[in-house]
Each structure stands twice: as C-alpha cells, then as structure tokens.
Design a binder for this molecule. Structure first.
Ligand code: ADP
Ligand code: MG
Length: 390
C-alpha cells in the first residue's frame, strides 16, 4: 500500500469495468483524517480540529434501478457482495460491507430514493490506525450516491447520515468528527468544528511555510478492547453531565471546572473524564487563537498537554503511543500527542523541518529497543475533503 498517495481514479474505474462488465457513472474520493486537537470531545457537544489526509478511499460507482447493491473492495478478499436494498437491516452484517450498506440504509431511512448501485473501491487510508478509514469509506459512498441520485445533500448532512450508518447499522458509537472531516475539510486548512451545531471554520494551516512539519506516526498496534473502553468513556461522560445537571459536558464553562469537580465529590473516574473534556475544549480554542494569530509554534505545548490529559485523566493512551510522544519530545519535537480514539493507532508530532529525520530515527530506535515493529511515519499536509475525481 503506498503510504501517502491516493489510489488512481483510472485504475479504480478500469477495475470496475473488469469486475462488472460496464463503465462506472463516475469516480469519487474521500480522505482519512488526522485530528490536530480535540479528542473525545465530539460526543460531548464540544470542539474538534481535524484535517484531511492525502490518503483517500476511491470508489467507482454506477447507479442501478433494480433495488440491488453490489459491493467490492480491492483491499478485501471477500469477493462481490450482492445485497437486496429492502433487506438491509441494522446489526445483520458484521463485515466491512456493513459500512457502505449502512450508508444506503441511512439514506433510504431518511427518505432519500436510492435505487441501487454497483460499487468498487480501493483505499490508501490505513485501517484501524486511528486515521478514519471507516469514515472515508462511508463518505465516499454517500457522496457518490447523493450525486448519482440527484439528492444534492449538503456536506454536513452527508456526514450526519454516515455517522448514523456507523452508529446504528455497524453498531460503533462514534461521534461526528470523522465523517465531518472527510466530507468538509479543505486543502491547506484545519477544520474547526463545533459538534453541537455543526458550524465550521476553515483555519489556514501551512506548516511548511513556517519551517515546520506535522508527522503522523502509526504505531501499527491496536488493542483489542478499544470498542468497549470507548463505550465506557462515553457512558462516563454522560453520567458526568447528568450529575452536573447539564445537557453535555460542553456546557461546563472553563472557569466553572473547579466547582464542577468539587460537585462530583468522590466520583473519581467521572471527575477525571470531566476534567479532560473541559480542558480539551479549552485547548482547541487556544490552538485556534494561536493559529489565527500566526503563533503556530506555540501550539506545540498545547498538543503535549492534550496528550497528558488523555493519558492521565481520560486514560486512553497506550505504552506505544506514550513511547512515540516521549521519544519525540526528548528528541526536540515542538509538541506531540496521540490522535484518534486511542488504545493504539497513531500519534502526531509537530517538529521543526530540520529535526524531522532525527525524530523519526529516534522513534524507530525506541520501538526497536522495545521489541516493537517499526512504526509507519509520514508527513501530514492538510488535503481536500471528499470530491468527484472522474
Ligand atoms: P479506522 O476508522 O480508525 O480506520 P475502524 O475500525 O473505525 O478504524 O474502521 C475500519 C474498518 O472499516 C475495517 O475493518 C473495514 O471493515 C472498513 N474499511 C475501511 N477501509 C476499507 C476498505 N478500503 N475496504 C473495505 N473495508 C474497509
Ligand atoms: Mg473509524
């Protein structure tokens, strides 16, 4: 798998032809994402700031009118799945096809007249690395079907439908960040998203122009219990909001945090979750302020603070993620943190361009010394969100 480019639209269209014996009606692409700051805030009505990766999932799609959905992925050896649209039901599919089938189900359930499709896709988004291959898959299918059925859905609505597909059809209780990032990001910008009202602001982010880079380090380790732990954190946050009498943890003002923590008394676990969410929302706003003021280097320590909060308060880091962050920081990084849901996956490292190689080597050496496989490291430059490519 190439580490930083998109699959070729021509190749995906050609493979579609070989598979289905007809031309696709078009080819669409949707990216994975990396989250700069704002972790585990999106299901608390809070703030996030992801940007799109150059890695994409590319789908060649032809519309059908006979109520059938055929699905094929170049990255899976499961052959062509042939599904009846009327038989789609949440919880019936445990495989990868649940993601695209869930999107079709969500569109139809929302009253959109999807009549069927043939889909072939290929991806360069690493799966299970915290870089949102699932959202890239959902969003590319949703955009293609919206275009082909003339639905003309706004991007935020596409994202909502994709989230519904993942929550209800696949059964993964994720927030709205990943799908919105894949659907709404713009090249050269990070996306400041308020997950309460889905309002967005594009924040220019050109690190290279300022002599910096953002590295993504995929630890290639994903701990098996991550789904259950995610659910527990989510439930804990809901409990915190209920105990504090607010709709969501977003509603706790930054200067009301101490009072809120005191109010939670001996609910130690909930106190830690609440402290992370409230301080993390504040960190997102600090990063926005710093970036808009051109004080880009100063976001480094804020990212690192975010990692400490995720490690110590929210407790979703892993030894491998901590190793990346600690090694990067002692090797001169400006800031570093885990990114994505945690329990493995990827970390990000903000570095002076001149220190990039030193840091990459130091992390690789630390992994080798710990008996771990070499992590996959690449530079992340904010890329374009979902679009039609052919
Ligand atoms: P992440 O979104 O962090 O990569 P998830 O567990 O949320 O991890 O989603 C990964 C799942 O999405 C895969 O196990 C697979 O079911 C599905 N998926 C992602 N990309 C593809 C692809 N190119 N082809 C088929 N299925 C895919
Ligand atoms: Mg995912």
């Amino acid at each position: 798998m190439p580490s930083s480019s998109s699959p070729s639209a021509d190749q995906v269209a050609q493979d579609f032809r070989a598979l289905y014996g007809t031309d696709p009606d078009g080819v669409w692409a949707a990216p994975g994402r990396v989250n700069l700051i704002g972790e585990h805030t999106d299901y608390n009505d809070g703030f996030v700031m992801p940007f799109a990766l150059p890695h994409t999932t590319v789908a060649a799609v032809a519309r059908r009118t006979d109520g059938r959905l055929r699905l094929h992925s170049a990255d899976m050896d499961t052959g062509v799945a042939d599904l009846d649209l009327d038989a789609l039901a949440p919880g019936t599919d445990r495989g990868w096809t649940a993601y695209p089938a869930g999107v079709v189900w969500a569109l139809r359930e929302a009253g959109h007249p999807v009549t069927g499709a043939d889909i072939h896709l290929a991806s360069t988004v690493p799966t299970g690395a915290g870089l949102s291959s699932s959202a890239a898959l959902e969003v590319v299918v949703a955009l293609a079907l919206s275009d082909l059925h003339g639905l003309d859905l706004p991007r935020w609505k596409l994202a909502r439908l994709c989230q519904r597909a993942e929550n209800v059809y696949v059964g993964a209780p994720t927030g709205i960040m990943d799908q919105t990032a894949s659907a709404c990001c713009e090249a050269g910008h990070a996306l400041f998203l308020d997950t309460r009202d889905l309002s967005t602001r594009q924040i220019p982010l050109d690190l290279a122009a300022e002599g910096m880079r953002l590295l993504v380090v995929d630890t290639r380790v994903q701990h098996a219990h991550s789904d259950g732990e995610y659910g527990r954190r989510r439930a804990g946050c809901e409990k915190g909001a209920a105990l504090l009498g607010v709709d969501a943890l977003r509603d706790i003002p930054y200067d009301g945090l101490d009072e809120a923590l005191a109010q939670l008394g001996d609910e130690e676990e909930v106190r830690r979750l609440v402290r992370h969410v409230v301080t993390e929302n504040q960190r997102v706003e600090r990063v926005v302020t710093l970036l808009e003021a051109g004080r880009t280097r100063e976001i480094g320590p804020v990212l690192t603070e975010g990692h400490a909060s995720l490690r110590d308060d929210f407790r979703v880091s892993s030894p491998e993620l901590d190793l990346v962050v600690d090694t990067a920081l002692t090797s001169g990084a400006l800031g570093a943190r885990m990114t994505g849901g945690g329990f493995g996956g990827s970390a990000i490292v903000l570095t002076e361009t001149t220190d990039t190689d030193t840091i990459k080597k130091a992390v690789e050496t630390a992994f080798a010394n710990a008996g771990l496989a070499t992590p996959r490291t690449f530079e992340a430059v904010p890329a374009q969100g979902a679009r039609k490519v052919a």
